[in-house]
Write a protein that binds this ligand. Structure first.
Ligand code: SF4
Length: 438
């Protein structure tokens, strides 16, 4: 299969990693075991959309889930994977219904394998074991919060180590014992060589922000607390159950299908536009459009004809920018110039006179609450910065700030800890030092 049309496609889940690179990396990995013994290569679609301000995956899953699933099938054919999973944010109940319907339709068309669409649940931060479910959300609706209410905080660690899965079996990887979904049949060979369709099931997520981090997601699927893994090895080498795993975001598979089908949509993205605009929504627009154009052309302008006070370019993790940056191209290069990145392309608009520091403080509090607590710099740094902001109504002095932020950026395992300092750095660059009014 020729995937040259994907060369410009970057992952749409936040990190912006080139999609074609991942596809080729998984294709080139040797096959471990056989599909019938629980081996082979794996696809995972990250549908745990949790970045504040971001709702474009929810739109795809509601409006065009078949397109995304067809993209997964193409990825299966290219990489040789025979099993795929959509890891779905548990709040997306409506999307789940659409997804199941779309899977059933593709099975009927012979595009996905018989038996696709089984439902199971990933573990949450309380370490609730993963379980397999045939129908409905009754059992998996037990969120981490429900778990606390029901059981209290005792025994969280113990719970995390137990294998409570209904289906168990050999898992590839050192000493791993994890719930496995149904194995595919003995006669199923990689799709790339036989044209046999891939089987795609659904894993309802554990209900924490960190579950959207790719390796935390894998931990959740394996029935453990969703705490990010050290990398390397990368999921393309050793992902779910230690098998080579291609993980892409919902929107990435959606674009992949459209590009590989020959649509002239190269260089476009879905923007989640929200906040103080007349027409918030999901809009397809070129990479490199400016926030001003998005707001004026698609969003109908700022509510009440007010000026923009500040805005978020790509979800909470990309920090807060002043109105002076509204003409910056929303591209990796353009946003790099102003010290940030496109993230999930979620543009949140705040009308003047919104205090940018207040927005940043809320973001930091969010990170403090959602930190998985595995790394001390992230656990303490997010909390200390959020507390400082709330207590003093002022920013830390530059020395303190530097020490905190550097420790967080250098000593954290995952993107949450890496990017949290950006929130403070953005403030200093744009609102404190440059004299731009908030
Ligand atoms: S950086 Fe934060 S969220 Fe990420 S692994 Fe460390 S403690 Fe957990």
């Amino acid at each position: 299969m020729d995937i040259s049309s994907l060369e410009q496609l970057r992952g749409c889940g936040g990190a912006g990693f080139p999609a074609a690179f991942k596809w080729k990396a998984v294709r080139d990995e040797p096959v471990v075991g056989t599909p019938a013994s629980g081996g082979g290569k794996i696809l995972v679609c990250n549908a745990d959309e949790g970045e504040p301000g971001t709702f474009k995956d929810g739109w795809i899953l509601r409006e065009q889930p078949e397109v995304m699933l067809r993209g997964m099938q193409r990825a299966a054919a290219f990489t040789g994977a025979v099993r795929g999973y959509v890891y779905l944010r548990p709040e997306y109940v409506e999307q789940l219904a659409h997804l199941k319907q779309a899977i059933a339709s593709l099975v009927a068309q012979g595009i996905l394998s018989e038996g696709s669409g089984a439902l199971w649940a990933g573990a949450g931060f309380a370490g609730r074991p993963a379980e397999m479910h045939d129908t409905g959300l009754d059992d998996v609706a037990l969120s981490a919060l429900d778990w606390f209410v029901e059981h209290g905080a005792q025994g969280l660690q113990g719970e995390a180590t137990e294998n409570g899965g209904l289906l168990t079996g050999h898992a590839f990887g050192e000493g791993r014992s994890a719930p496995l979904p149904p194995k595919v049949g003995e006669d199923v060979a990689p799709a790339s060589t036989t044209g046999v369709p891939c089987r795609i099931d659904i894993c309802v997520g554990g209900g924490a922000y960190i579950c959207g981090e790719e390796t935390a997601l894998l931990e959740s699927m394996e029935g453990r607390r969703p705490q990010p893994r050290h990398k390397p090895p990368f999921p393309t080498q050793s992902g779910l159950w230690g098998l080579p795993t291609l993980m892409n975001n919902v929107e990435t598979f959606w674009w992949a299908e459209r590009l590989l089908a020959g649509e002239p949509v190269s260089g476009c993205r879905l923007y989640s536009l929200s906040g103080d605009v007349h027409r918030p929504g999901v809009y397809e627009a070129p990479v490199g459009i400016s926030a001003r154009e998005l707001i004026d052309t698609f969003g109908g302008g700022v509510i009440g004809q007010q000026d923009v006070g500040c805005w978020i370019p790509g979800g909470a993790a990309t920090g807060v920018l002043p109105a002076a940056c509204l003409d910056t191209p929303l591209s990796p290069e353009g946003l790099k110039e102003v010290g940030t990145a496109p993230g999930t392309a979620a543009v949140v608009v705040y009308a003047a006179p919104q205090d940018a520091r207040e927005v940043a403080a809320k973001i930091m509090r969010f990170f403090a609450q959602e930190s998985c607590s595995q790394c001390t710099p992230c656990r303490l740094g997010c909390l200390a910065t959020a507390d400082w902001l709330d207590r003093t109504q002022a920013w830390p002095d530059a020395d303190t700030e530097e020490r905190w932020l550097e420790s967080m950026a250098l000593g954290s395992i995952c993107g949450l800890g890496f990017t949290a300092p950006l929130v403070v750095q953005q403030w200093r660059r744009w609102f404190a030092e440059s004299g731009v009014p908030a």
